[in-house]
Write a protein that binds this ligand. Structure first.
Ligand code: SF4
Length: 473
């Protein structure tokens, strides 16, 4: 058990130029003509520059906001269709050597109930998740020497080895502290999907205020460089994130886009996902609400990010209330968690009420996976547990080759329908099954006639009649 070295990647630089970003946020309000030029570039599936993103951020004209929302919906439909990918978080351990002011797991919060799941407890949690129908997980760790690369890799292998009935976890993502290049190689070899590191805030002074300098997380450049080291180690997919509410959302949106473009320029592949969690009540934490974002601003954040990075997945978590999540889905969200419990051991031990001392923050949506699935389908979305790109090697740079020309949509919907059919056969409540079977037949109606449609129909029958599982294109 050891903490990774603090070595940086070759040519690591602090690419966040605050003067430039703040400069882009001041000055004259952009014209409607300029806004529409930028929207049409996005609708042409071209990524936006930081400067162009700033133009969308700076308009305060409600009518133009509506045009941005409409464009985000259209782009989501074009690139991702109506599918929503589902996953669940699994907290493995909340020991932490850092003291982040906004987190219940900070070392100075003595009210937090500390726990690290044993390998057997991990298996019990994964079995419970599989028995609900989950196929994709994100494992979450505090920063501590006991959660080193070997421990994370061993935990990933343990998760993949669990089988319960037709259940299996087919993709394991990680949200943990930055590693060194050698550490990333170890977790990559264990078969991880995306490695997520949230910068929390890109604003240097705010970062220093939230992350004491005498803690590992207090090192801004080491964290900013974290995912560059992951790419250097050969990891395929990485995920960025900002904790909205710590600093001005306008600045953070530009900085996150800057980070995405920096990775694209340096490694010829951008982030696989962006996350935009908002501060939530947490045990032992007092917040300064100065930079809290309103729901209206939060909608703009998601729509603008959708337009800025057309090929990057957008993750909306259960930090948000069910009704708001329902509304935000259409603005470009491509992934959500569902049936989530974030207490350590929560999938077998948590009751209806959340226990704040066992959580990093409180959730606003603890509906069951089945309830979320049923609502998504009633709203016309196809819930998907698809992992075929990851398991067919369509990852990182290679994913881009597929996604940019629009091929991906041809794979996404058929694969989503296959994973949905599995869910309906093995886990759905009668009502969710009824809604799901109706949706599948409607989606088949919508599908272009031809080879892919025939193959999809044949595979759906294989799942229904011959109980075959885990089929994908
Ligand atoms: S945010 Fe992460 S690193 Fe910071 S105290 Fe919480 S668990 Fe530790």
């Amino acid at each position: 058990m050891s903490l990774p070295s603090m070595n940086l990647s070759a040519n690591a630089v602090d690419f966040i130029d605050e003067g430039h970003l703040h400069g882009l946020l001041s000055g004259e309000k952009p014209s409607a003509v300029r806004i529409r030029e930028i929207i049409s570039k996005s609708l042409n599936k071209e990524a936006l520059s930081v400067e162009e993103t700033a133009v969308l951020v700076r308009t305060d004209d409600p009518a133009l906001h509506e045009e941005i929302f409409a464009a985000a919906r259209q782009l989501k439909e074009t690139v991702y269709g109506n599918r929503i990918v589902l996953f669940a978080p699994l907290y493995i351990g909340n020991d932490c050597i850092n003291d982040c002011t906004y987190c219940a797991f900070k070392r100075s919060n003595f009210r937090a109930i500390r726990r690290t799941l044993t390998p057997e407890e991990v298996r019990l949690q994964v079995t419970a998740l599989q028995d609900h129908g989950h196929k994709r997980l994100i494992l979450v760790f505090g920063e501590h020497s006991r959660y080193d690369a070997d421990f994370i890799a061993e935990t990933v292998r343990n998760v993949y080895s669990v089988r319960s009935g037709h259940g299996e976890i087919r993709r394991v993502n990680i949200n943990a502290a930055p590693l060194d290049v050698e550490g990333y190689r170890k977790v990559k070899d264990a078969g991880i999907g995306t490695y997520q590191i949230f910068m929390e805030t890109y604003h240097h002074a705010t970062y220093a205020a939230m992350h004491p300098g005498n803690t590992r997380k207090g090192n801004y450049l080491y964290r900013l460089d974290g995912l560059s080291r992951a790419f250097e180690a050969g990891c395929d997919d990485v995920g960025l994130g900002v904790l909205f509410g710590l600093y001005d959302w306008r600045f953070e949106v530009l900085a996150m886009v800057r980070h995405a473009l920096y990775l694209q320029e340096r490694f010829n592949v951008g982030p696989h996902t962006l996350s935009f969690p908002r501060l939530r009540p947490a045990s032992g934490v007092k917040f300064d609400e100065k930079f809290f974002t309103t729901d209206a601003e939060f909608k703009r954040i998601i729509a603008i990010l959708r337009l800025a990075v057309p090929y990057t997945g957008l993750i909306l978590t259960a930090r948000e209330k069910p009704e708001l999540r329902r509304e935000l889905m259409s603005f470009g969200v491509s992934q959500i968690d569902a049936g989530s419990r974030i207490e350590l051991g929560g999938y077998t031990e948590a009751g209806d009420a959340q226990v704040m001392e066992r959580e990093q923050f409180s959730l606003a949506d603890i509906r069951s996976l089945d309830d979320v699935m049923c609502q998504l389908m009633s709203d016309g979305y196809v819930p998907s547990f698809c992992t075929s790109c990851y398991r067919s090697g369509r990852t990182g740079e290679h994913f881009m080759e597929f996604s940019i020309p629009g091929f991906i949509k041809r794979f996404c919907t058929p694969n989503a329908l296959l994973t949905l059919q599995e869910y309906l056969m093995d886990y759905a409540s009668p009502e969710t099954r009824r809604v799901g079977e109706k949706l599948i037949s409607e989606e088949l109606e919508r599908m272009e006639d031809g080879d892919m449609k025939q193959r999809t129909i044949k595979q759906l029958e294989e799942i229904k009649q011959r109980h075959v599982r885990d089929i994908y294109f």
